[in-house]
Design a protein around this ligand. Structure first.
Ligand SMILES: [Zn+2]
Length: 153
């Protein structure tokens, strides 16, 4: 890493530790030439993650799209915004943890479904009905029935 003070090309890492929220690594560096100390942060660049859609088209990862679809599924279900934010952050963290530059849209959809399943069964069914491409109405009824059965256990 180039020194920001004297532009010398090398610096040494003196200390390396995760930030408090564990979303970045903070490194204390010292320039080999002038001895200046500076700090760098290493974090995931989600904008560089590409989402591959089912038709093969690609787009940049956009957290707000997940927020919108989750908000839509949870509409009028009386779930606090904080819980929704937690769910979306959880999905984002899972994507970060994978560390791949590309992720399939259906994998993200599955993560959201997993999150909604534990949160609210109606929101889960709503989201799943959009996300899953049900071939026929009876496929959806069967799926919704399974969810209801699971909810009664
Ligand atoms: Zn320097």
């Amino acid at each position: 890493m180039r020194c920001p003070f004297c532009a010398h090309d090398d610096s040494q890492v003196k200390d390396s530790r995760p930030t408090e929220d564990n979303t970045a690594i903070r490194r204390r560096r010292q320039c080999d030439s002038c001895g200046a100390r500076f700090t760098t942060f290493e974090r995931v660049q989600l904008r560089e993650i590409t989402v591959v859609k089912s038709d093969g088209s690609r787009e940049s990862f956009d957290r707000s799209k997940i927020e919108q679809s989750v908000a839509l599924a949870c509409r009028k279900r009386g779930i606090g915004q904080e819980r929704l934010d937690q769910l979306v952050s959880g999905v984002q963290r899972q994507i970060e943890t994978l560390g791949d530059p590309e992720i399939e849209a259906k994998a993200i959809g599955q993560m959201v479904m997993d999150g909604l399943r534990g949160l609210d069964s109606v929101a889960y069914i709503r989201f799943a009905s959009v996300y899953r491409e049900f071939a026929e109405a009876k496929d959806f009824e069967e799926f919704a029935g399974n969810v209801r059965d699971a909810g009664q256990e």
